[in-house]
Design a protein around this ligand. Sequence first.
Ligand code: ADP
Ligand code: MG
Length: 251
Amino acid sequence: MSTATPPLQRTKPAPKPPATAKTAVLAAKQVKKSYFKGKLEVPVLRGVDFAVQPGEFVAIIGQSGSGKSTLLHLLGTLDAPSAGEITFEGNRIDNLPTASRDVLRNKYFGMIFQFYHLLPELSMLENVLAPLMISDGIWKYLCNRGKYSARAKELLDMVGLSHRLTHKPKELSGGEMQRTAIARALMSQPKVLLADEPTGNLDQQTGEEILSLLKKLNEEQGLSIIMVTHDQAIARQAHRIVRLVEGRVQE
Ligand code: ADP
Ligand code: MG
């Protein structure tokens, strides 16, 4: 009996690899996280599987206290899981030494938060430059200051704030502060933007403007975005919604 492939099958085109075969930008594999109250273990994440593909805009939704921020912090290497793995472009990152995680985060991850986390004493331009002052060290920073400043101004212009370079945070609206935080997050040309309730402190219209800006960055620059929100209407505008329920993902 011949084992040769029948001619009909040989002429068939090779099947396309499924979309999931792409290397995820960021992924969590069976990630668990517990906090401890004295000796009492309080499990928050109970085995989360989650992956974001290049160019994808994913919303993570769930009730208050469901572990959304915890998951985002783990993905961004701000904290380490109790069990499981976090991978960036296929490489495990949760077990790296702290210094390596800091470098990785500065270089590849942009982060924005509900309360902006701007430094009140600095102007908007200085706020956008601040992470580079810290990551470069003062001498390298000073050597590159002209180039960095030009890029920071370009980004502030892109988010619609070229007229606010020398203003301090307290002189700006919430929407303007979030735009500045977005410009700051983009300084390092990150591969992925992690956003924790980026519209949570804004009125509806301003929130929608911030969301439009995020969508534009995703569509025009291919920036991968993971956005945590408790707002269904905001989440629906992402490509995909991931729901956290009782410490696990329910897509
Ligand atoms: P969400 O962002 O979905 O509102 P969080 O991830 O902030 O939820 O928190 C999930 C749960 O973990 C909450 O019950 C919260 O109280 C608890 N938690 C978060 N951070 C800590 C911490 N550092 N220490 C102890 N418990 C924490
Ligand atoms: Mg939260």
